[in-house]
Design a protein around this ligand. Structure first.
Ligand code: S3P
Length: 429
């Protein structure tokens, strides 16, 4: 394995950038397009490895899905057209494919075998397998179906009333998708709101659900109709450059047409809370999802406390927020974020180890981290641990380091942002 050397730079981040399409929305466009009748066209689709896993899973079930660059055309023939795959389905690194697909497979009268890479094989699947079993699916695997590889026999699902013990949009979405294929009305209660792209996308495909006081109800056996989905820029990818511009002297950068779904905009709230100069303009709605452009300029941030209901709204942004906090005045505390332990890596440990190796003063807690600010970071050899967001956090950290940073295992960045380094080079001026 050859490490990438990230050289010191005097350049700042300038101009405008369109980040690739949203990962969560791209996955869901493929899933709903495959369940619907009629053609679905997805534009500005995220061409990342995770979303390609969702495409190949549905292709394995006989769905015609054609991709040219960032445009995907699905020839949907409805749920009854899906076939039993003859081969095991490889989910790669993708937790979203795993949890959402399980919901769909639970509703189909076939046998499925699922496996993933080393990281996904360590991530809990029982959080979705347990409610799906309660609906009638048979799911087995290591440790009573907690971990991949899994075997699924689906079909004949009954509805359930489910209150998720974890704050997870993937779990909510897996159960809602199973509810769509079940008999009766399934309800999911969430104590803390998580991203609602599944709910929005269902409506975009002509389906319906009821939402009240954190309770979501979905009727089974709804017919969906293919549609055009234009995927907004991924705010979770934009977040890396928003923080980069905030900490790199002389920067002023605009991220264009970024998704601004309120369940995802916690990063904007955190940047505001920490005193980063930021402006959101050109706000409008595209295909049921709000979008806008975000401008950030070099700032002198200050520390804050991040906890409670904002956590699901920044869950993927915490690594880059932690980097920002190393440059802020004062002590930043992140709490209530135990879900970080179940991501591509245990992101409490991987963030803390990595930033410490780069010279930060940071400590892990059971449900978050404490970061002492105003740190002068220094060069080191560090690894992404195969986690795309740790890899991108390291690349952004290198922009404020006066020595070489050696990044091992950078290839994993292609999971969510294959053109990350090209885009970074474009805006360094
Ligand atoms: C996602 C939900 C989040 C997030 C992941 C994508 C989704 O996971 O971390 O990157 O598309 O539903 P959890 O729901 O497990 O928190």
């Amino acid at each position: 394995m050859c490490a990438k050397i990230l050289k010191p730079t005097d350049l700042a981040l300038q101009g405008e950038l369109y980040v690739p399409g949203d990962k969560s929305i791209s996955h869901r466009a493929i899933i709903f397009g495959s369940l619907a009748n009629g053609e679905t066209k997805v534009t500005h689709f995220l061409d990342g490895e995770d979303c390609l896993r969702t495409i190949s899973a549905f292709q394995a079930m006989g769905v015609s899905i054609k991709k040219e660059g960032q445009t995907v055309v699905i020839d949907g023939k409805g749920v009854s057209s899906l076939q039993e795959p003859t081969e095991p389905i490889n989910l790669g690194n993708s937790g979203t494919t795993a949890r959402l697909l399980l919901g769909v497979l639970a509703g189909l009268p076939y046998h499925f075998a699922l496996y993933g890479d080393e990281s996904l094989t360590k991530r809990p699947m029982d959080r979705v397998a347990v409610p799906l079993r309660e609906m009638g699916a048979v799911i087995d695997g290591r440790e009573d179906g907690k971990y991949l590889p899994l075997a699924v026999r689906g079909g004949n699902l009954n509805s359930i009333a489910f209150e998720s013990p974890v704050k997870s949009a993937q779990v909510k979405s897996g159960v809602l998708l199973a509810g769509l294929l079940a008999t009766g009305t399934t309800t999911v209660v969430e104590k803390t709101t998580t991203r609602d792209h599944t709910e929005n996308m269902l409506e975009a495909f002509g389906g319906s659900l009821a939402k009240k006081d954190g309770k979501i109800s979905i009727n089974g056996k709804q017919q969906l109709t293919g549609t055009h989905i234009h995927v907004p820029g991924d705010i979770s990818s934009a977040a890396f450059f928003l923080v980069a511009a905030a900490i790199k002297d002389g920067s002023r950068l605009t991220l264009k047409d970024v998704g601004l779904n309120p369940t995802r905009t916690g990063i904007i709230d955190v940047l505001n809370l920490m005193g980063v100069q930021l402006e959101v303009v050109e706000e409008r709605s595209i295909g049921g999802e709000p979008v806008g452009s975000i401008t950030v300029a070099y700032s002198t941030p200050h520390a804050t406390i991040i906890d409670g209901d904002i956590i699901p709204r920044i869950i993927d942004e915490i690594p880059i927020i932690a980097l920002l906090a190393t440059q802020a005045k004062g002590k930043t505390i992140i709490k209530d974020a135990e879900e970080l332990r179940f991501k591509e890596t245990d992101r409490i440990e991987s963030v803390v180890h990595t930033l410490k190796a780069l010279g930060a003063e940071i400590e892990a807690t059971q449900d978050g981290m404490i970061i002492h600010g105003n740190s002068k970071l220094h060069g080191a050899t560090v690894t992404s641990y195969g986690d795309h967001r740790i890899g991108m956090m390291i690349a952004i950290a290198s922009l404020i380091i006066d020595e070489d940073v050696e990044l091992e295992n950078e290839e994993c960045i292609a999971v969510s942002y294959p053109s990350f380094f090209e885009d970074l080079t474009k805006i360094l001026k």
